[in-house]
Design a protein around this ligand. Structure first.
Ligand SMILES: [Zn+2]
Length: 1063
C-alpha cells in the first residue's frame, strides 16, 4: 500500500509566503516599489488520499431491494430497516435479560465443552432465535437483524461471579472478545457469491468457507463487521451432515461473528460454513465502497474495495488476519451495463434475460484476505503483455483512457514486472495484472494481487501538463505496488507488527525500480537520502517515536503501525543492510527468501535467517538477527561522535548515544531514562585532505565509547557514514567540522554528492537538537554557490524549511531571509528559468538539471528574490490576458503560488475558476494548492470553509488544503482554529483511514511555536482525551521542542546572521 506523500511530505510541498506585511510596508516606504514579496512556490501534490465523508449510513441494513429506486428512497428504507434492527435488538436484549437467569443456571463442566473454552451447558447456549429453529443448519432470525446479541459486560461479570468463581479469567471464556481469532479453526477455501445492486448501493452475499478444525471448539468465530447476517449453516465436510447451530451473533467490539454450536467441532476434521448476508456499498473509503465521476455531464458510479488492513470483514464474513491464507473462488452478479473485476480473470460469464450477468472468476492461489479485491464499474481499458505472457491492463474512466492518460503507467508496469521477475528470480504468480484508476481511494494505491487500485492522481499522467515531480510520483507509486506483488502478496508478513517487512521493501524498491526505468537518476544512491532518510530521521528523533517492529495488542494498534516509521525507517534499515551485506549477496538472499516462503507467511526472523545463510555461503559469518534486532526492536537511532584524542596521536574516540531533538523530552520519558540504548553500528569512515581521500574502512561500533587507531595527518579531516548508507547521524569535534567546511568551500568535489547532502542534513539536525553551535550549518551552506548537483541543494532546502517555519513570524526574520537569498542568488542567475516543456526523452536526459533549477527557483521565489517575483507575475499575467498557459510545466506550482500571493484577488478567482474547469488531475491539484498561498485572510478562510464540501474539494484534498494554509504564516492561526472548530467532522471523516488523521494533526501543528499555541494544543487535547492519542503526543513534543529551541537558540542564531551579513 502506498501512503500519500511517499516521497516525503516536505519535499515538494508548497512554500508559502514568508514576509510579513510589516516588512512589506517598510520596503515599500524605502524603495517605493510595488509589492513583490514573500511568495513561495507551491509544490506538487503529495497526498493521494481521499474519502467521501460520512454521508452513508453505517447501520446494519437488511433491505436488499433490487430495483431502480432512487438512492435517496432506498436510503430511507435502509434507515427504516436500521430502526427495525434497533427495535429488534432491544427486544432481544429484554428477552435475554429475562432468560439470563436460566442461562446463568447452567452449571460448569457439562459435557461437550471444548478445551480452553467455557464448559457451558451442552444445549443452553445463548438466548434468542436459535431456540426457535433448532433444526439442521440452524437457520435463524429475521433477515436483517442480528440473530442474537452478545452478553453485556455486566452479564459477563455476573456470570463470572456466580458460575466460575473469581479466580477464573473471564476473557478466556469468551473467545470473541480477543483481538486475535482463537486459532481453533483455519479456513482452507472460500466460495463467495456476490450480487451488487448499483441502483441502490446494496449488495447481498453468500460465502461458503471450508474450514479445518485444529482444536476442539464449540464456537465458530470469524470476522464480520457492518453486515446483516441472514442465515448461518454448518455442515461436516465428509459426512455432509449438518451441525446444529444453536445461535449466532455479531460482536461489534471485536468485529466478529460468533456461531454457537450445540456440540463441539472435532479436531482434524473439516467443516463447511455457509453465511448468507447483506450490506451497503457505502459512500466512504473502506470495505466495499462506492464513488463516482462525471462523464458527458452524467454522474456515473462505481464500487471498489479497500480491505487492508482489516476491512475485508465489512464485505464478507472471513478470517481476516494475514496468517489465514486460503484459496478464493469469487462470483459477482451485476447489471450487464457494468463490468466486474477481481484478482483473477473471469472464467465464465452467464447472462440472464433480465439484463443481469454473473461473472465467475478463476480460483486464486493461497492468499490473505487483505489483498483480495473486486470492482464494479463502467471503465474502459488499454492492455499490453509482458515477455513472460502476463496480461497487463489499465482500467480508467473512458475519457482518460481515450486521452491516453493511462499509457505511461501501463508501459512502465510491463517493464517493471519484467524487472522484478529477473531481480527476484520468481515469476509473477497470476495470469494477469489489472491496474484500476479510481477517483476516490483512501491511499495513493493498494497492491491487491492481480487487481491493484490507484487513486487517479497517482497513476494517470497527461504528458502535456505534467511536471517531472509529478512523473516521479506516479512512477514511484507504481514501482511500489508492483513490488508488493512479491513482497506482501506472494510472501505475506505473519502479523501486522512486521508490516514494515512488506512496506519497507516496497518503499526501498521504489528507488531501485526507478533506477531501472531511468538509469542515471541515481535514486537509490542519492534521492533516497532526502526523501526517505532525512525525512524519517526527523520523526524518529522524537522521544514519542516507536520501534519499527511494534507489538500490536489492540485493534487500534493495527492502524498505528502503518506510518512513516514502518515505511521509511523500514526502507532505510533495508538499505543499510543491503550495503553492509553487499548488493549481490543481498539480492541472492531475497531470492531465497521469496522462494522458500512463496504462497505463505514469514516473520522478520525468517528473513534474517535466510540473509545470514546467504552471507555464510559467501564465507561471511554475521548474525544478522542479532544486529538487526537492535535496529528494529529499539526506537530511534544513534548519533556517533568522533573525537580526535588530544593526548594520543592517531587515536580517536568514538561514542554513541540515542539522538533526541529535545533533550528535555528525554528526561521526561521514563522508558528513555531507564534504558540505555545501544546499537551495533556499521560505521564506514574515510580520512581526507584537500586533494585526496583514503579508501573506506568499516568499524563496527557496539559500545558506548570505543578507542580506535587511525592515521591522521595534520590538517586531515575525518568523515563517517560514507554516502549515508547507515541509519544514524555523525558528529565531530569543532576542529574537524571546520576542516570539513573548509574542504567544501575550497573543493567540494573531493566529497561525493551524497556525502555533501549528508553533511548538510546532519549539521542542521545536530544544531537543532543543540549538539552543535547554530552557525555551523549556516556556514556549511555557504559553499552552495559553487554546487552544481541537485541533491545537496535539495538537502539544504529541506533542512532550511523547518528552520524557516520557526522564524517566519519573528521580528528579525529578515536577517535570516537575506542570508538565504545571498546564498541562492548566484546559482539562480546562472541557471535562469526553463524555456520549454519536456517530452519523454528530454525528461530522461535532463532530470538532474531541471530538478536543480526548479529547487533554486523555489528557494529564490519563496525567500523573495525580486527577479523571481517579477518573472512569476509576468507569466501569470500573460496567462490571464492571453488565456494561454505558457508557464513551463516544471515550475507551474511555484509560479501559481507566487502569483496568488503577490497579485490581487482577481488572480485568486482566476486560479479558482481554472481549478474547476481543468480535467487533468495533476493540474487540478497544484491549482488548489496555489489557492492556499494567498495572504488575504478572508480568502484563506473562504477556502478552508469550502474545503469540507465534497462536491467542491475531494476529501483527500481537503486535508492538503488545511495543511497548506497552516504552512502559510498568514494562515497558520486560521488553519489551527479551523482544525479545532471542525475536529469532530474531520475525525469522523478521516479517523478510520490509516494515516489521514495523523497527517492532518502533524500538518496543522508542527510549526506552532509559541507558548500560547502550546497551551492551546494541550487544552484542546484535554477536551478530546484519547482520540488519536499517539499523533497528539507527537504534536505536543514537536511544539515543545519548537518553543524550547526558540528560547535557547534564536538569539545566538540572529546574532551570528547579523554579523555574517555585515562582513
Ligand atoms: Zn505498500
Amino acid at each position: 500500500m502506498a501512503l500519500d506523500g511517499a516521497r516525503g511530505a516536505r519535499d515538494e510541498e508548497s512554500r508559502e509566503k514568508k514576509k510579513k506585511k510589516k516588512r512589506r510596508k517598510k520596503e515599500e516606504e524605502e524603495e517605493g516599489e510595488e509589492e513583490e514579496e514573500g511568495a513561495e512556490a507551491g509544490g506538487s501534490p503529495s497526498a493521494a488520499t481521499m474519502g467521501d465523508g460520512d454521508a452513508g449510513g453505517r447501520g446494519l441494513a437488511g433491505a436488499r431491494p433490487r430495483g431502480t429506486e432512487r438512492p435517496s428512497a432506498v436510503h430511507g428504507r435502509l434507515v427504516l430497516a436500521f430502526a427495525v434492527c434497533i427495535v429488534a435488538l432491544l427486544a432481544v436484549t429484554a428477552l435475554a435479560v429475562l432468560l439470563s437467569l436460566r442461562f446463568d443456571g447452567c452449571g460448569p463442566g457439562a459435557p461437550g465443552g471444548a478445551p480452553g473454552l467455557p464448559a457451558r451447558g451442552g444445549n443452553a447456549s445463548l438466548p434468542g432465535p436459535a431456540r426457535r429453529d433448532p433444526q439442521a443448519g440452524g437457520e435463524a432470525s429475521t433477515p436483517g437483524a442480528p440473530a442474537a446479541r452478545p452478553p453485556s459486560d455486566a452479564e459477563r461479570e455476573r456470570e463470572r461471579e456466580r458460575e466460575r468463581g473469581p479466580e477464573r479469567e473471564p476473557e478466556r471464556e469468551h473467545p470473541w472478545t480477543h483481538l486475535r481469532l482463537p486459532g481453533h479453526l483455519k479456513p482452507l477455501h472460500y466460495n463467495l457469491m456476490l450480487t451488487a445492486f448499483m441502483d441502490n448501493f446494496t449488495f447481498s452475499g453468500e460465502v461458503n468457507v471450508e474450514i479445518a478444525c485444529t482444536n476442539r471448539t464449540r464456537y465458530v468465530v470469524l470476522h464480520a463487521s457492518r453486515v446483516a447476517v441472514d442465515k448461518v449453516q454448518l455442515a461436516e465436510d465428509r459426512a455432509a451432515g449438518a451441525v446444529p447451530v444453536a445461535g449466532f451473533f455479531l460482536y461489534p467490539q471485536t468485529q466478529v461473528l460468533v456461531v454457537v454450536l450445540n456440540r463441539s467441532l472435532d479436531a482434524h476434521r473439516n467443516y463447511n460454513l455457509k453465511v448468507v448476508y447483506s450490506a451497503l456499498i457505502e459512500n466512504e473509503l473502506l470495505g466495499f465502497f462506492r464513488s463516482s465521476y462525471v462523464l458527458h455531464g452524467e454522474r456515473r458510479f462505481l464500487g471498489v474495495t479497500q480491505f487492508s488492513p482489516t476491512h475485508a470483514r465489512k464485505a464478507f464474513p472471513c478470517f481476516d488476519e494475514p496468517i489465514y491464507k486460503a484459496t478464493f473462488k469469487i462470483s459477482i452478479k451485476h447489471q450487464a451495463t457494468y463490468l466486474s473485476l477481481s484478482n483473477m480473470p473471469v472464467e465464465t460469464s452467464v447472462f440472464e434475460e433480465d439484463g443481469w450477468v454473473t461473472d465467475h472468476f478463476s480460483q486464486t492461489p493461497l492468499m490473505s484476505t487483505y489483498y483480495l479485491a473486486w470492482a464494479i464499474c463502467n471503465f474502459t481499458y488499454r492492455e499490453t503483455t509482458t515477455k513472460s505472457g502476463v496480461a497487463v491492463r489499465l482500467y480508467a474512466r473512458p475519457d482518460a483512457i481515450r486521452r491516453g492518460s493511462g499509457d505511461y503507467a501501463l508501459h512502465i508496469t510491463k517493464r517493471l514486472i519484467e524487472f522484478y521477475e529477473d531481480y527476484f528470480k520468481v515469476p509473477y504468480s497470476l495470469p494477469k495484472l489489472d491496474l484500476l484508476a479510481v477517483p476516490k481511494h483512501p491511499y495513493a494505491a493498494m497492491e491487491n494481487w492481480g487487481l491493484s487500485i490507484f487513486v487517479e492522481q497517482r497513476i494517470l499522467l497527461d504528458p502535456s501538463v505534467s511536471s517531472i515531480s509529478y512523473l516521479l510520483d506516479v512512477t514511484m507509486v507504481i514501482v511500489h505496488e508492483i513490488c508488493h506483488q512479491w513482497f506482501g502478496d506472494l510472501v505475506t508478513p505473519v502479523w501486522w507488527e512486521d508490516v514494515w517487512l512488506k512496506e519497507g521493501f516496497a518503499h526501498y524498491f521504489e528507488f531501485v525500480g526507478t533506477d531501472y526505468l531511468y538509469p542515471g537518476w541515481n535514486m537509490e544512491k542519492q534521492r533516497f537520502l532526502t526523501d526517505v532518510l532525512h525525512e524519517v530521521m526527523l520523526l524518529d528523533g522524537l522521544a514519542s517515536s516507536h520501534p519499527v517492529s511494534q507489538e500490536v495488542l489492540q485493534a487500534t494498534d493495527i492502524d498505528r503501525v502503518f506510518d512513516w516509521i514502518a515505511y521509511k525507517k523500514g526502507a532505510a534499515l533495508i538499505r543499510m543492510l543491503a550495503n553492509f551485506m553487499g548488493h549481490s549477496v543481498f539480492q541472492r538472499g531475497l531470492q531465497d527468501y521469496l522462494t522458500i516462503h512463496k504462497y505463505g507467511n514469514a516473520a522478520r526472523n525468517d528473513l534474517w535467517n535466510t540473509l545470514s545463510e546467504a552471507l555464510k555461503r559467501n564465507g561471511k559469518f554475521v548474525n544478522i538477527q542479532e544486529v538487526m534486532d537492535q535496529w528494529t526492536l529499539q526506537m530511534g537511532y544513534p548519533v556517533i561522535t568522533i573525537l580526535g584524542n588530544l593526548t594520543a596521536e592517531n587515536r580517536i574516540i568514538i561514542t554513541q548515544q540515542h539522538f533526541i531533538y529535545d533533550i528535555s523530552a528525554k528526561t521526561k520519558a521514563l522508558q528513555l531514562q531507564n534504558n540505555s540504548y545501544l546499537w551495533q553500528i556499521p560505521l564506514t569512515i574515510v580520512v581526507g585532505n584537500r586533494s585526496h581521500v583514503s579508501s573506506e574502512a568499516i568499524i563496527w561500533v557496539s559500545n558506548k565509547s570505543e578507542h580506535h587507531r587511525i592515521t591522521l595527518d595534520k590538517g586531515s579531516w575525518l568523515l563517517g557514514n560514507i554516502n549515508q548508507t547507515g541509519y544514524f547521524r555523525v558528529n565531530y569535534d569543532l576542529r574537524n567540522w571546520r576542516l570539513l567546511i573548509d574542504q567544501l568551500i575550497r573543493n567540494h568535489q573531493v566529497l561525493s554528492v551524497s556525502n555533501r547532502a549528508g553533511l548538510i542534513d546532519d549539521a542542521f539536525s545536530l544544531a537543532r537538537a543543540g549538539y552543535l553551535p547554530q552557525h555551523i550549518p549556516l556556514e556549511i551552506i555557504r559553499y552552495l554557490s559553487e554546487e552544481k548537483d541537485f541533491l545537496p541543494w535539495h538537502a539544504a532546502s529541506r533542512a532550511l524549511y523547518p528552520l524557516d517555519k520557526l522564524l517566519d513570524r519573528m521580528e528579525k526574520y529578515n536577517v535570516f531571509n537575506e542570508y538565504i537569498l545571498k546564498q541562492v542568488a548566484t546559482t539562480y542567475i546562472k541557471l535562469g528559468w526553463p524555456k520549454n516543456n519536456f517530452n519523454g526523452s528530454l525528461v530522461q536526459a535532463s532530470y538532474q538539471h531541471e530538478e536543480l533549477r526548479r529547487e533554486v527557483i523555489m528557494l529564490a521565489c519563496s525567500f523573495g528574490n525580486k527577479h523571481c517575483h517579477q518573472q512569476a507575475s509576468t507569466l501569470i499575467s500573460d496567462w490571464i490576458s492571453s488565456n494561454r498557459n505558457r508557464i513551463p510545466l516544471n515550475v507551474r506550482d511555484i509560479v501559481y503560488c507566487t502569483g496568488v500571493s503577490l497579485l490581487d484577488e482577481d488572480v485568486w478567482e482566476f486560479i479558482w475558476m481554472k481549478f474547476h474547469s481543468t480535467t487533468a488531475v495533476s493540474e487540478k491539484k497544484i491549482l488548489l494548492e496555489a489557492l492556499t498561498c494567498s495572504d488575504d485572510r478572508n480568502l484563506l478562510n473562504r477556502l478552508l470553509n469550502l474545503s469540507l464540501n465534497s462536491e467542491v474539494v475531494l476529501d483527500q484534498d481537503a486535508i492538503d488544503v488545511i495543511i497548506h494554509v497552516a504552512r502559510n504564516p498568514h494562515g497558520r492561526d486560521l488553519a489551527w482554529k479551523f482544525f479545532r472548530d471542525k475536529w469532530k467532522i474531520l475525525n469522523t471523516r478521516y479517523g478510520e483511514a490509516l494515516f489521514m488523521n495523523s497527517k492532518l494533526i502533524s500538518g496543522v501543528t508542527e510549526f506552532l511555536n509559541t507558548e500560547g499555541e502550546l497551551k492551546e494544543l494541550k487544552n484542546f487535547m484535554k477536551t478530546y482525551d484519547g482520540v488519536a492519542a499517539a499523533s497528539f503526543l507527537r504534536a505536543v513534543e514537536t511544539v515543545e521542542a519548537n518553543v524550547r529551541w526558540k528560547a535557547l537558540y534564536q538569539d545566538e542564531l540572529f546574532q551570528w546572521l547579523g554579523k555574517a551579513l555585515r562582513h
